[in-house]
Design a protein around this ligand. Structure first.
Ligand code: NAD
Length: 250
């Protein structure tokens, strides 16, 4: 079975690179009209050029900051004007500021909570009522294997655990309105985010991955395609680990 999203409008935050870019491509290939939003204008430009060169379907790019309500409102207005009202929201934008807790500054804490958790709140609030009125919606949030706990990531694990709680409560509040709210929890994935980690740290977590390697972004994006589809209408409030088996135990 191949899942189709023809005519649906999908908004992907942090959509210019990494997992967000892979999700944007996957959803566009399935027929969705994709709005890739990112804070990084340069990354958006090169993503846009790549999409056009590869002929990946209907898509637009938007510069914006998920933490900033006014910026998000402007982006939503532009998406609605260019592509139509948002049917699928992928809350993917995220950052890390890793430090052991003893060295973690309040700014490290605040910035990570802001982008990963508050950004998810701001973007979801901007579109979920419209989805409920139209009786169709898909909100796909992003947690992480790190939500289970990871030394050096107290800020990130707290943010991603918050995203899981938000997912479950929104799933309950909107289940009767045709809107599903789920959460993809990737394991270690080959993107810019993990490229900056020291080789030693990478080796350590690869050893813990049952399939023996990190994921390609496309291997995460298949889950977004499924959750965005009509066929996933009975799946809501779930946290789905796409992690090569890491969360099964050790
Ligand atoms: N790479 C991994 O191993 C991994 C594992 C688990 C979860 N995740 C999560 O998956 C998501 C994507 O991660 P990635 O690895 O592709 O990261 P990445 O750094 O490659 O991409 C993240 C994108 O988000 C954008 N962004 C950052 N702050 C933003 C803001 N305030 N507003 C709008 N856009 C913003 C960045 O510019 C970037 O393009 C994140 O939520 C991350 O926490 C990643």
């Amino acid at each position: 079975m191949s899942f189709r999203l023809d005519g649906r409008v999908a908004w992907v935050t942090g959509g210019a690179r990494g997992i967000g870019a892979a999700v944007s491509i996957k959803l566009a290939e399935a027929g969705a009209k994709v709005a890739a939003m990112d804070i990084d204008e340069e990354a958006l430009k090169s993503f846009s050029a790549r999409m056009a060169a590869e002929g990946k379907g209907i898509f637009e790019t938007y510069q914006g900051d998920v933490c900033d309500e006014a910026s998000v409102a402007g982006v939503v207005q532009a998406i609605t004007r260019d592509l139509g009202p948002v049917d699928i929201l992928v809350n993917n934008a995220g950052i890390i500021r890793d430090r052991m807790f003893r060295n973690m500054a309040l700014e490290d804490w605040r910035s990570v909570l802001d982008v990963n958790l508050t950004g998810t709140f701001v973007c979801t609030r901007a579109v979920i009522e419209g989805m409920a009125e139209r009786k169709f919606g898909r909100v796909i949030n992003t947690a992480s294997i790190s939500a289970l706990g990871n030394p050096g990531q107290a800020n990130y694990t707290a943010a991603k655990s918050g995203v899981i709680g938000l997912t479950k409560t929104l799933a309950l509040e909107y289940a009767r309105h045709g809107v599903t709210v789920n959460c993809v929890a990737p394991g270690a994935t080959l993107t810019e985010m993990t490229r900056s980690l020291p080789m030693e740290a990478k080796k350590r977590f690869i050893e813990k991955i049952p399939v023996g390697r990190m994921a390609e972004p496309e291997e995460i994006a298949v889950m977004h395609l499924f959750l965005a589809s009509e066929e996933a209408r009975y799946v809501t409030g779930q946290v789905i680990f796409v992690d090569g088996g890491v969360s099964c135990g050790f």
